[in-house]
Design a protein around this ligand. Sequence first.
Ligand SMILES: Cc1cc2nc3c(=O)[nH]c(=O)nc-3n(C[C@H](O)[C@H](O)[C@H](O)COP(=O)(O)O)c2cc1C
Length: 415
Amino acid sequence: MVTRQLPKPAELLELMSFKKPELDAKKRRLSAALTIEDLRTIAKRRTPKAAFDYTEGAAEGELSLARARQAFQDIEFHPSILRDVSTVDTSCEIWGGPSAMPFGIAPTGFTRLMQTEGEVAGAGAAGAAGIPFTLSTLGTTSIEGVKAANPTGRNWFQLYVMRDREISYELVRRAAANGFDTLFFTVDTPVAGARLRDKRNGFSIPPQLTLGTVLNAIPRPWWWYDFLTTPKLEFASLSSTGGTVGELLDAAMDPSISFADLDVIRSMWPGKIVVKGVQNVEDSRTLVDLGVDGIVLSNHGGRQLDRAPIPFHLLPRVVEAVGDRTEVAIDTGIMNGADIVAAYALGAKFTLIGRAYLYGLMAGGRAGVDRTIQILGDQVVRTMKLLEVPTLADLTPAHVTQLRRLVPVGEAVRV
Ligand SMILES: Cc1cc2nc3c(=O)[nH]c(=O)nc-3n(C[C@H](O)[C@H](O)[C@H](O)COP(=O)(O)O)c2cc1C
């Protein structure tokens, strides 16, 4: 039998202590986002279709990106027990400097298209969080603008070697003069991948107004208000415009670049040099023999060669081959702090986030990027605590199994 009683007014009052409503709509929106996927949902609602698709899309059938994300979802963790994890330390050293967390912001082109604050939001948020920010050659903020947005934090510069070498070399000199400490030489872009969404959307740079874009603009007035009332959206370091991003890339990139270009750039660059877009063990060995400071295992977020290897699957073999001689980082498909922890456990010394950052940017400008970093950082901390590892150095391959849906038949991969 249940004993019943009359409710006591004091207890009722306690139940009725409502939380103070958040009046700032942006804060309300962002704090309701608990995952990067939640930020993506907000981003999609607020960004015109062509700009959202340019960001979210990948090449051809978008298989590489889907597989890379799946590989991270298929992680199985193996926690230890009874270790003191009242505090965990997420800080690390990478390419000669510190980072408060084992991830940084990847280089992305045309970032102000997604949301008008663009790289300034990314660099400012990264600086505030103590993690590095990477500016792309195809960025929409100048090298000096990024330095101003993140004056004391670490800035990295990503280089595309263009047909007109002088343009690339001048960027290298300016990045060095502005204290950027690491140069990413991106090598997976001899030509642009087929970004079919851009073609289907008739997306061009600068964005064109068509009946479709005007109709699509109606529920997204704030993006258009920003677009029309802020400085013209253009590449900060390149003058070519007119066409899809793919067409612009094809016009600017030199498909004949080679290891000789790496030599030239290294002779010009005073800081650390890292090659981004490495996709097999053999190339990793060659690069390390040539004395690079690091490599980024990446398939460019699936935007270049579709069906390229899954970087997360490649990681253990590359670390085994060169991990004692260089610092290996990884990107493509990271949507959760747990992905970052798993990559670190398997030997990555750092990770980069592309879309996770851009979803935050589209969801709320600078505050949205802050939220991305906070969500990923909280996930990193929680995962480390639940694995019972107090520092990143305590993570080992024994903490992670890669459950593989896709297992190569034979070793066609270059090992
Ligand atoms: C919209 C967009 C633009 C990008 N632009 C560049 C670029 O200019 N240079 C470059 O090296 N990588 C570029 N990337 C690739 C990222 O640096 C990174 O490798 C990739 O986004 C990682 O995958 P993720 O988006 O799943 O995190 C771009 C990625 C996206 C999504």
